[in-house]
Unconditional design. Structure first.
Length: 333
């Protein structure tokens, strides 16, 4: 591997690392948002749920922003193709990202319509998870035999079994992440209800994960890809019984670790199946991989250094905030 290839592979892995960080950290924000309808009449419970994510969620979204910036600078062809082919989907995705903080603020400053803002916040969180899951799953789908970059091709991918299952899967993973985050931050009746919901999500999510992995593994070819995919499957499979076991204890701190392991195991599967491509290709749809879509070596070096330095600051800030607001939630803020 020469210098150019080293930086190409490094930036490729960095993009997925940042996206995985986004799904792990911002995942429980989305999960908490989707949990609001499960407490329709418990106003104090909703306040506890939202207060738990209030100090941390802005920093969590920086991981997604950093991933998009690295993709834009290191692989501009992929970024351009995504904008050209999936513009309506991307616009909808960014609208959801913009609406979430707006609805969050309205919820506390326009309390007469609090139920409306809570409902819209849950819907936007659900829609965002569905879009992200469908987009991630569509990367593993066989391409449609239409012109590259055309929206019908993207729509066909988004309607594939991998994309539809991916949408459901990421909704369940985010719900599990939200529950795992809330268990150690709540007590009493609220904690018991969250534990009960977590058990239900574990059963449903486990079934969806099993079907999704089966569909993906059937299409995997190549020894290295299959080994990596099975490592992801095993990591995820180990996380579910550990989550179930953790729910039976009085603690709760390790739950977020096991829920995060399920997410990271899914990302290992994605990377193993896709590498070195960004999405599956065919004779009709040419491959776009880290070798033919990257910037020059100097651009790769600069963006990698800038991303690592910036995210080091974000990690430092995140650790400080999480340490400051660790423990159970006090709604008297």
């Amino acid at each position: 591997m020469n210098g150019q290839e080293f930086w190409q592979v490094s930036c490729y892995l960095l993009v997925f690392l940042l996206f995985s960080g986004f799904t792990v950290l911002d995942g429980f924000d989305l999960g908490v948002g989707m949990l609001l309808p499960f407490f329709p009449r418990a106003r104090e419970h909703k306040r506890v749920l939202l207060a738990s994510i209030w100090p941390v969620w802005d920093g969590n979204e920086l991981w997604g922003l950093a991933a998009v910036l690295v993709l834009f600078a290191a692989f501009p062809s992929v970024y351009a193709l995504a904008l050209e082919a999936a513009y309506p989907v991307i616009i909808l995705l960014f609208l959801c990202l913009i609406l979430r903080p707006v609805l969050f603020e309205l919820r506390f400053h326009a309390e007469k319509r609090m139920g409306l803002w809570d409902g819209l916040f849950a819907i936007v969180s659900l829609l965002l998870c569905c879009i992200l899951g469908a987009v991630f799953g569509s990367l593993l789908a066989a391409p449609a035999a239409v012109q590259t970059g055309a929206f019908p091709a993207v729509l066909a991918r988004l309607c594939s079994p991998q994309a539809l299952l991916g949408g459901l899967l990421w909704v369940m993973l985010m719900l599990l992440q939200g529950c795992a985050y809330l268990v150690p931050k709540t007590d009493g009746d609220l904690s018991r209800r969250i534990r009960m919901l977590t058990k239900r999500f574990l059963l449903i999510g486990g079934c969806i994960q099993l079907v999704f992995f089966t569909v993906v593994l059937i299409s995997v070819s190549g020894g290295a890809a299959r080994i990596g995919a099975w490592l992801g499957v095993l990591a995820t499979a180990a996380a579910y019984p550990l989550l179930w076991r953790g729910l039976r204890g009085r603690g709760g701190s390790p739950l977020l670790v096991w829920a995060s392991a399920a997410i990271l195991g899914t990302w290992v599967l994605y990377i193993s199946v896709l590498f070195p491509d960004f999405f599956k290709s065919s004779d009709m749809v040419p491959a776009m991989n880290l070798y033919n879509a990257s910037s020059g070596i100097m651009s790769l070096q600069i963006i990698a250094a800038a991303a690592l330095f910036s995210m080091a600051i974000v990690v430092f800030y995140t650790v400080l905030v999480y340490r400051r607001f660790r423990g159970r939630v006090d709604i008297k803020y």
